[in-house]
Design a binder for this molecule. Structure first.
Ligand code: ZN
Length: 196
């Protein structure tokens, strides 16, 4: 039991038992918009640890392999918090802070050690009326987060993959700008001096 498309494709329309919105990929188009990120681009970014701003990998950014996360809202990022926002590079994070209006109303950043799959973000539908249910209060612009083991996932029209954040170390504004400066001074990957 659950919601579905009349012409559902079991490969592309359903994942983790949720029904997925249908959307195309349009790389390089538009401004970073955390509330209206393209669904398929978001899923790729989560799967391959790609930066939500530039789309390149963030895994080579740090020797300790922690990833940087930047979320809207004034609350600090909590241990185990769930999010649909992919990681960012420090420089891209600073760029987003300066250009993304929702972040100007409040943000929090953290370095994170472990980012496992948690569930999906989407709109849950009432099993009786089939009407979309309102999302609970959370970070601004976030859809309802539904855990992969939760039965309501079959009543969810999913837009994004959701991960949980573990091993969280908060990053202040000064630290973020410091990290961005270090990143700007680092030679690009492949041009680093290698021992002979
Ligand atoms: Zn980036």
């Amino acid at each position: 039991m659950g919601i579905g498309y009349a012409d559902e494709d079991p490969v592309t329309d359903r994942r983790y038992e949720a029904l997925w919105v249908r959307s195309g990929i349009a790389p390089g188009r538009g401004w970073p918009d955390f509330r209206r990120l393209n669904s398929r681009r978001q899923q790729r970014a989560m799967c391959y640890s790609l930066c939500q701003v530039c789309g390149e990998t963030v895994l080579q950014a740090r020797a300790d392999e922690r990833t940087l996360h930047l979320l809207g809202g004034a609350e600090p990022i909590a241990e185990g918090e769930t999010t649909a926002a992919p990681p960012v590079h420090p420089l891209c994070g600073v760029e987003a802070l300066e250009n993304c209006p929702p972040l100007q109303r409040g943000w929090a950043a953290a370095l994170v050690e472990y980012v496992p799959l948690w569930g999906v973000a989407g709109v849950v539908h009432d099993p009786v009326t089939l009407e979309p249910l309102p999302a609970p209060e959370g970070r601004p612009g976030e859809l309802q987060h539904v855990y992969v083991g939760d039965k309501t996932i079959r009543w969810t029209l999913a837009s994004f993959t959701v991960v949980s954040l573990h091993g969280v170390t908060p990053v202040s504004r000064d630290q973020l700008y410091e990290m961005a400066q270090e990143e700007a001074q680092r030679p690009p990957v492949g041009e680093q001096p290698s021992p002979v």
